[in-house]
Design a protein around this ligand. Structure first.
Ligand code: KDG
Length: 324
């Protein structure tokens, strides 16, 4: 599929949200004993944008960055990955930072320094409606409305513009309990449900949207009644299911050795949305989503291991394969 600038859909996937500089301790143990860190940049929506670019599509990221070195790091990292960056430089607030600790071999922890960040000052004025009108998909997450009232308004405005222009909207719930309390999250996210086309939620996140049935398919069906045409429910290393009106597609996770689980959900969303952009049917989208997630978690970093189209077949290779 080719996308020409100036034609409908020229912006490919458009998304908005916060990207922070990220520092990951290179050694396992308490953060206060760490001495060396890998520097990168990460944020859920931009991770999806990178994933979609790797799978052959255009992606644009809207935000704000501080007038600082970490802002430069984020800007150049995303540009280097082929994502179009539309982020105002905010002279009055810093770029956010997250620090990743590997407390034990199995348990990681994240510390955020993002309160009052430039991205938390995102508002509708930062959203260029023309970019969204030319998008093929608008992708938003439940992280951005958690950042501030004005950031929540920016998400609401972007969704309004997309709907008026007939651009499909996808929402990844991405509930972050460190960023807001459950009742505020429920109120803000439930407002979005009838206004989006595709919802991604983990099994644990369904109640945040008001779907309490213990059976994920029935819970997803409750959400479908409110407006979306598809609800995709993920369940870690188990079976993900996509529930549409009259169609349920089940996709088991590919068995892989997990090196770093952070970013699995974003990789899944990227694989699915790239499949949507390519016109794949639902089983093929779900397979690509699961493959992208499996390959991403098999490497270090929130997005670094995301596959290109040519690499999707890696999930079918056996343990210890060396490709020569
Ligand atoms: O899904 C991975 C993201 O959570 C991570 O890259 C950073 O957006 C982020 C967050 O809020 O933790």
């Amino acid at each position: 599929m080719t996308e020409q600038l100036g034609s409908a859909g020229a912006a490919g996937l458009v998304t908005l949200g916060e990207v922070m500089a990220s520092m990951s301790a290179t050694r396992i143990g308490p953060l206060h004993t760490a001495r060396q860190f890998d520097m990168s940049a990460a944020g859920s929506e931009a991770n999806v944008a990178i994933g979609v670019v790797r799978l052959g599509h255009r992606a644009t990221w809207l935000s704000r960055l501080g007038d600082d070195e970490l802002g430069q790091l984020v800007r150049t990292t995303l540009r280097g990955q082929g994502v179009r960056v539309c982020a105002a430089t905010d002279p009055a607030a810093p770029t956010g930072l997250m620090i990743k600790e590997r407390r034990t071999g199995d348990v990681g922890r994240v510390v955020y320094y993002r309160a009052g960040s430039a991205a938390s000052r995102l508002s509708p004025a930062d959203i260029d409606p023309a970019l969204i009108e030319r998008a093929r998909i608008l992708h938003v997450t439940g992280i951005t409305p958690a950042l501030s009232q004005s950031a929540a308004e920016a998400v609401g405005y972007a969704v309004t513009v997309a709907r008026a222009a007939g651009v499909p909207v996808s929402l990844d719930v991405n509930y972050r309990s460190r960023l807001w309390d459950l009742s505020t999250a429920q109120a803000r996210l439930r407002e979005l449900v009838p206004r989006v086309d595709v919802i991604f939620a983990s099994v644990d996140e369904l109640p945040v949207l008001g779907a309490h049935d213990a059976d994920p398919v029935r819970a997803a069906e409750q959400l479908l009644a409110g407006g979306p045409h598809t609800v995709v429910v993920t369940d870690g290393a188990n079976v993900a299911c996509s529930v549409g009106k009259g169609e349920v597609v089940r996709q088991p996770a590919f068995p892989v050795r997990v090196v770093d689980p952070v970013g699995a959900g974003d990789a899944f969303v990227a694989g699915y949305l790239a499949g949507l952009l390519d016109g794949f049917d639902e089983p093929a989208r779900m397979r690509q989503a699961a493959a992208a997630a499996a390959i991403c978690v098999s490497a270090e970093g929130d997005w670094e291991g995301l596959p290109s189209t040519a690499e999707l077949g890696l999930v079918d290779r056996g343990d210890g394969t060396v490709m020569r």
